[in-house]
Design a protein around this ligand. Structure first.
Ligand code: UDP
Ligand code: MG
Length: 320
């Protein structure tokens, strides 16, 4: 019988976790003839009762494991820890807020069992439940990254997907610090089947993303999967040299033909500001890549563990 690991990154999810566990349990119950399950919750430095709830779950259910980080490392680090430590033949990552419908697991499992696909991924057809600003921003982000990167990023793709061990091993083998999973999933290749569903609203609690976090995440994604912005910077440099060259010729000819004295400092001031701006913009782009390189060379761990379910299971073992 195949074993399915369900990896769930959790940050302040005390309200959604019990609901999540209950709902997913219905599905594991339905699938009990086909597969055995392992829950692997990642407590990403939650400040609420998430860890207490995970301890409780691990106590009463043998299939529940958890890894608790020493602080908040972000969802990407949580997913990495989960994929790295999951022991299943098939592995899935799910949000704790039930925005990823657990019933899809049945279809995903059957798809992988047929043997043709290595991964069954989901995308949401709408973005109900998200703010207008976020919807617009996301739409533009996919347009821009689609142009900039050779790695295909599917618009509306969620991190909810069931993957084979082989594919997960490939993802885990990429130990980069600046992780952008949507890109990594696509980068490793393998056959992926996409299934679509209507976006669900969060069951409880609030979203962990604000505009600024999303914006920097988007920049991280672009920097991680494209070097085209560097080419744009170089191209702008060439373009401006060309414009300057034309202007020089025009001014020389004008002076020779009409003996025009040099005039107009406002236009000059504008040009200086403009070129200065472009200059800083391009330096900023280079700086962004340099910063990422700097962080990678430090080879800091992607996450730090403070506690795992072993603590619980050990005390229980002693009691018995
Ligand atoms: N999450 C996490 N660490 C973070 C932020 C979020 O582990 O720093 C988890 C969160 O608990 C949830 C999932 O990532 O299970 C998705 O987060 P959220 O629902 O807030 O994102 P949204 O659905 O708004 O994109
Ligand atoms: Mg969510």
């Amino acid at each position: 019988m195949k074993k399915i690991s369900i990896v769930v990154p959790c940050y302040n999810e005390e309200e959604s976790l019990p609901l999540f566990y209950q709902e997913v349990n219905k599905i594991t119950e339905k699938m009990k003839k086909q597969a055995v399950f392992e829950f692997l919750f990642i407590n990403d430095g939650s400040k609420d009762k998430t860890l207490e709830i995970l301890r409780e779950l691990a106590k009463k259910d043998d299939r529940v494991r958890y890894i608790s980080f020493s602080r908040n490392f972000g969802k990407e680090a949580g997913m990495y820890a989960g994929l790295e430590n999951a022991t299943g033949d098939y592995i899935t990552t799910m949000d704790a807020d039930l925005q990823d419908p657990p019933e899809l697991l049945i279809e995903m499992f059957e798809t992988l069992e047929e043997g043709e696909y290595d991964c069954c991924a989901t995308k949401s057809t709408s973005r109900n439940g998200y703010s207008f600003l976020r919807k617009t921003f996301t739409k533009w982000f996919y347009k821009i990254i689609g142009r900039l990167s050779k790695t295909e990023m599917v618009a509306g793709a969620r991190d909810f997907r069931l993957m084979t061990r082989q594919m997960v091993d490939a993802i885990v083998s990429m130990k980069e610090y600046n992780r952008y999973s949507k890109g990594l999933f696509s980068f490793v290749g393998f056959q992926t089947k996409w299934i679509e569903f209507e976006n669900q609203e969060r069951v409880a609690g609030t979203t962990k993303w604000n505009f600024w976090k999303l914006f920097t995440y988007a920049i991280d994604g672009i920097v991680a999967f494209s070097t085209t912005p560097l080419i744009i910077a170089a191209f702008l440099g060439i373009l401006f040299c060309f414009i300057a060259f034309i202007m020089i010729i025009v001014i020389i000819i004008k002076t020779l033909a009409f003996g025009d004295p040099v005039s107009g400092w406002p236009s000059l001031a504008c040009i200086i500001f403009f070129v200065g701006g472009i200059n800083l913009f391009c330096t900023g782009i280079i700086g962004e890549y340099l910063a990422k390189t700097y962080l990678e060379t430090k080879q800091r761990p992607i996450y730090i563990v403070k506690e795992t379910e072993k603590a619980i299971k050990k005390t229980r073992g002693e009691k018995n």
